[in-house]
Design a protein around this ligand. Structure first.
Ligand code: ADP
Length: 303
């Protein structure tokens, strides 16, 4: 079956936040692609115009560590986004018990993730929904960030309960306190959570509600003092938490190197204004010290 005369539809790959994703062949290039069908639902026409305008900007966002948006068009009442096809994702790598990740492998994944983030942040585009299953891995081992900018265009995925559960674990404290003026620092917090998850091989801060999520964060890093994060007390949903002090970070990540822990702690800085940026993180000594990051083609991947 053909979609918009150009794509030959194949099997369904899965159901995502915004709708169903299917595999297809791009008859123009012969490449395999993944097409995300987005239900326009209630808003329809209105969103069509603004969404398509914003999506045009995303098409220009080209980087080796960002999933390429090849095409976007409305078809039979749904918006179709065509992306390059990717073999697997970081969640599958983390969960696969048969895969051993060396410190060099972890460094390679973190570096690719930060490169993609740095590129988008430089262009003032935020991700806002970073999680391991949004970090796709190609046949060549390259890690690429998926769904960049979609949260802003289509609204945050929280509307969907099942998706919220997982997304919560990667939410920055300023979002949990209801900030409306968040910036690229929210993606860095999430990237820190993903980094921690690669080290632990399980999600790091698994809150069961927004309140519990903050509780888990504070148990790990200590309740923030207003000297550490002066703007905190003015956030819309700010509530005082009982003071707990932070255990040494080393006790949470016994296997990590000192350089790794130093970078991690800078990604988990409470004050978003003081949190390390993606570009600064890439310049951290963790990336220039031994071991060198594994070449993407040599990274372990699920069968
Ligand atoms: P979510 O909203 O939960 O992040 P997505 O909408 O991104 O999910 O994806 C739904 C399913 O489609 C997932 O199983 C994902 O692995 C698959 N998928 C998404 N994008 C691609 C792609 N570019 N290549 C291959 N599979 C993809």
């Amino acid at each position: 079956k053909r979609v918009a005369d150009r794509y030959l539809k194949r099997e369904v790959l899965g159901e995502g936040t915004y709708g169903v994703v299917f595999k297809a062949i791009d008859t123009k290039t012969g490449n395999i692609v993944a097409i995300k069908k987005i239900r326009l639902g209630k808003y329809k026409e209105g969103v069509n115009v603004t969404a398509l305008r914003e999506i045009k900007l995303l098409k220009e966002l080209r980087d080796p560590n960002i999933i390429e948006l090849i095409d976007a068009f409305p078809y039979k009442g749904n918006l179709h986004l065509v992306f390059e096809f990717m073999e697997t994702d970081l969640e599958a790598v983390i969960r696969d018990r048969n895969i051993v990740l060396s410190p060099a492998d972890t460094k390679s994944y973190i570096q690719m993730m930060l490169k993609g983030l740095a590129f988008c942040h430089k262009k003032w585009v935020l991700h806002r929904d970073m999680k391991p299953n949004n970090l796709l891995i190609g046949a060549d081992g390259q890690l690429k960030l998926a769904d960049f900018g979609l949260a802003r265009i289509f609204g945050s995925p929280e509307r969907n309960f099942t998706h919220q559960v997982f997304a919560r674990w990667y939410r920055a404290p300023e979002l949990l306190f209801g900030t409306k003026q968040y910036g690229s620092a929210v993606d860095i917090w999430a990237a820190g959570c993903i980094y921690a998850e690669l080290l632990l091989r399980r999600p790091f801060l698994q809150g069961s509600s927004d309140i519990d999520q903050l509780g888990k964060i504070f148990a790990a890093f200590g309740t923030p003092k207003s000297s550490q994060w002066p703007d905190m007390v003015y956030l819309p949903d700010y509530v005082e938490y009982q003071f707990v002090s932070a255990p040494p970070l080393r006790s949470l990540f016994p296997m990590a190197s000192d350089d790794a822990l130093d970078l991690l702690s800078k990604m988990f800085t409470y004050d978003p204004k003081a949190r390390i940026t993606a570009q600064q993180a890439l310049e951290h000594r963790y990336f220039s010290s031994v071991p060198a990051p594994t070449k993407p083609s040599q990274l372990p991947r699920p069968p």
